[in-house]
Write a protein that binds this ligand. Structure first.
Ligand code: NDP
Length: 485
């Protein structure tokens, strides 16, 4: 599965690759080996200006096309992404370290789903007609203008598409800044969009760290900012956008509860907990990292969980048999190791894992702590790694209260065979994206996003259209104007 990981240039602006080596060098490290596989340069102020100018210039013409024409281009991009799924998945694996077994199933395919779905919707973005006697009001759904997308490092292809697809469908242009940790995939998304017929300037990619993101957010040409990242970054970006009353979508972190009742199907509950904690080596924002297990099923749950975790195939992410890869970076691995130490120090019981693997790359063992209490740091803070905290509970009421006792509100899950209870509990959990007898499904048709500190706005589904367009109302008087003087 060899692949040329070095992109043609660092940035993609106005329909072409652009380089400016005077920007700060950003080495791209393959997490499975710790070796450098590519080098890009952060955008200089001139590059940032070039990208924003292109997006600003091109947007009005794009918006003037019919939705069907715009949608056709997005749907063509979806087809190309699916045809190139293998290559894109290998690249995603190099960018993030996630196993090819995952990337071939989830990353470019979910990006393609977004282009297909929003491409399909683009022709149906209509306003309303409101009759008021002989007068009437009509509404127009108008694009916002230039949108900025800022991505996290865990799903670089998916994030580039989840932000780009609805933005472009609504007639906006976009400047996207990937995380500096995973700069490669978004460039391919831009390349494919142009191959599909996107006019130059409509989707641009610039590289850089937080400061590049910050200068994009504060530029007066930008109408909207969509960030996927941590809560601290979200607060900064939201505040900067608010200073100019810009629209925002904030997809931030979580510490989501997964509540397992003792009548749950044990295998499915264990499967859900594995998906919600160890997929992508636990680097998923919506993970159910606080696993509340009703006391009656606790020991059986832990036993089966440990058995199934011992069958994880940890190794070379490009080997199709591997289903558990490294952390994205040495820094992230050390953050997670530090949390593991804190868990041990606070008296949680280490059931399995807890160590770095003795091999190249940034590998950690899948780790489970039991007997975790609500006040422990590992039960309160987002770890963003393969560390599950198992907490015991007795009653439904108790589980709901404790599950909600967090500043976050991204996701929540319930496993039970009692469907009335499932709906009753889910209705009371404070979270945006919820699951019953399942975990972490994110189809493009379903709204995705958080409440409380986990975010503002929704990605995917028809709901995303509201976050990438504005509603203009037009009152039309058919008779004379009656003025008081
Ligand atoms: P960060 O918050 O560190 O960074 C997110 C992005 O924001 C990066 O591209 C970063 O650039 C950029 N950035 C940092 N500072 C600023 C600033 N002041 N202005 C503008 N942009 C800035 O998150 P991570 O990349 O570490 O990703 C992990 C986090 O993302 C976790 O908290 C996770 O929960 C969350 N996440 C949320 C998801 C959701 O949909 N709700 C999905 C995936 C992840 P750079 O990194 O290059 O410095």
């Amino acid at each position: 599965m060899s692949y040329d990981t070095q992109p043609k240039a660092s940035h993609f602006i106005d329909g072409a690759y652009v380089e400016d080596t005077s920007g700060t060098p950003i080495p791209v490290i393959y997490p499975a080996t710790g070796k450098q596989i590519a080098l890009v340069h952060a955008a200089t102020p001139a590059i940032i200006d070039q990208a924003l100018a292109a997006a600003h210039r091109a947007q009005k013409q794009w918006a003037a096309m019919s939705g069907t024409e715009r949608g056709r281009i997005l749907r063509r991009a979806a087809d190309i992404m699916r045809e190139r799924n293998h290559d894109l998945s290998v690249l995603e694996t190099h960018d993030t370290g996630k196993p090819y077994q995952e990337t071939i199933a989830v990353d470019a395919t979910s990006g393609a789903d977004a282009f297909e779905y929003f491409g399909g919707l683009a022709g149906s973005l209509t306003g309303e007609h409101i009759q008021l006697g002989e007068n009437w009001v009509y509404t127009r759904r108008e694009p916002l203008g230039v949108c900025v997308g800022i991505g996290a490092w865990n799903y670089p292809t998916q994030i580039a598409c989840w932000k780009g697809a609805p933005a472009l469908a609504c007639g906006n242009s976009m400047v996207f800044k990937p995380s500096e940790m995973t700069p490669l995939c978004a460039l391919k998304v831009a390349e494919i969009l142009y191959e599909a017929g996107l006019p130059a300037g409509i989707y641009n990619v610039v590289q850089g760290l937080g400061e590049v993101g910050a200068s994009l957010v504060t530029d007066p040409r930008v109408a909207k900012v969509s960030l996927t990242g941590s809560v601290p970054t979200g607060k900064k970006v939201y505040a900067a956008a608010a200073a100019q009353m810009k629209h925002v979508t904030m997809e931030l972190g979580g510490k989501s509860p997964l509540v397992i009742f003792d009548d749950a199907d044990l295998e499915n509950a264990v499967g859900g907990a594995i998906l919600g904690n160890f997929y992508s080596s636990g680097q998923v924002c919506s993970n159910g990292t606080r696993v509340f297990v009703q006391r009656g099923i606790k020991e059986a749950f832990l036993k089966r969980l440990t058995e199934r975790l011992s069958t994880a195939v940890i190794g070379d992410p490009l080997d199709e048999a591997t289903n558990f890869g490294p952390m994205v970076s040495e820094k992230q691995m050390n953050i997670v190791l530090d949390y593991i130490k804190k868990g041990e120090k606070e008296g949680a019981r280490l059931v399995t894992g807890g160590k770095r693997l003795d091999r190249d790359g940034f590998y950690l063992q899948p780790t489970v702590f039991a007997d975790v209490t609500d006040d422990m740091i590992i039960a309160r803070e987002e770890i963003f790694g393969p560390v599950m905290a198992v907490l015991d509970f007795d009653t439904e009421e108790e589980a709901i209260t404790r599950a909600n006792a967090t500043e976050f509100g991204l996701s929540a899950g319930v496993f039970t065979r009692d469907l009335s209870r499932a709906h009753r509990v889910i209705a009371q959990l404070e979270a945006g994206s919820c699951f019953i007898n399942s975990y972490n499904d994110a189809p493009v048709e379903a709204p995705f996003g958080g409440t409380k500190m986990s975010g503002v706005g929704r990605e995917n589904s028809k709901a995303a259209i509201n976050h990438y367009s504005e509603l203009k109302s037009v009152f039309v008087r058919m008779g004379d104007v009656e003025a008081p003087f």
